[in-house]
Design a protein around this ligand. Structure first.
Ligand SMILES: CC(C)(COP(=O)(O)OP(=O)(O)OC[C@H]1O[C@@H](n2cnc3c(N)ncnc32)[C@H](O)[C@@H]1OP(=O)(O)O)[C@@H](O)C(=O)NCCC(=O)NCCS
Length: 160
């Protein structure tokens, strides 16, 4: 907390970690976790992260650069980590990484990575300005710069 009793909005302040165990209902007929189910779990972690940073309800505006690196199967333990990279005016970019571990193994494998954009809204669903992210490490600074580049590209695409 800062002097005015306001939280210091670093990426660590709003970092959100969600754990899931893959169950039969989450999989395709081969017993492999469905991508859409995983993205839903990632969306929830990202929403909690964005809303913790913004201090208000925030809605998903986009999900970009979704990648799946390896397949998770029934019984695997998924850890989903959501971390804010940058806050713009009303929007926030949240980087979400999913990793898996098999019961009885200590090996952690990357499963997915995606970038979510959330927009903060008030009780009338009007867009609302968000506080900047307070950066504390060189890695956070690097991710902040990359988020700016992704936003620039997105705006250029929209102009076309
Ligand atoms: C997301 C939403 C609030 C944006 O409203 P809008 O009036 O079109 O907003 P704007 O074009 O002024 O953009 C608002 C911010 O979102 C960003 N944004 C909008 N669309 C975006 C996209 N596809 N990708 C990344 N950022 C986006 C803008 O860059 C802007 O950011 P900034 O204020 O930080 O500079 C509105 O479209 C909405 O409510 N969508 C439905 C959200 C929802 O229900 N999600 C759940 C899944 S259905």
């Amino acid at each position: 907390m800062s002097e005015q009793n306001q939280p210091v909005r670093t990426p660590s302040f709003s970092e959100t970690i969600k754990t899931e165990v893959v169950c039969p209902n989450d999989t395709n007929p081969m017993g492999i976790l469905q991508g859409g189910v995983l993205v839903q779990w990632m969306d929830i972690a990202a929403a909690v992260c964005a809303q913790t940073h913004a201090g208000c309800i925030s809605v998903t505006a986009s999900i970009d650069h979704v990648r799946f690196f390896s397949s998770a199967k029934v019984g695997d333990i998924l850890t989903i980590k959501a971390r804010i990279t940058r806050a713009f005016t009303t929007s926030m970019e949240i980087m979400v990484e999913a990793t898996m571990r098999r019961v009885g193994s200590s090996e952690i494998r990357p499963v997915s990575l995606a970038y979510f954009t959330f927009v903060a809204i008030d009780h009338l669903a009007h867009k609302k300005a968000v506080s900047p992210v307070i950066l504390t490490t060189a890695e956070e600074e690097r991710l902040f710069q990359l988020a700016g580049k992704r936003k620039e590209k997105m705006l250029q695409k929209e102009e076309k």
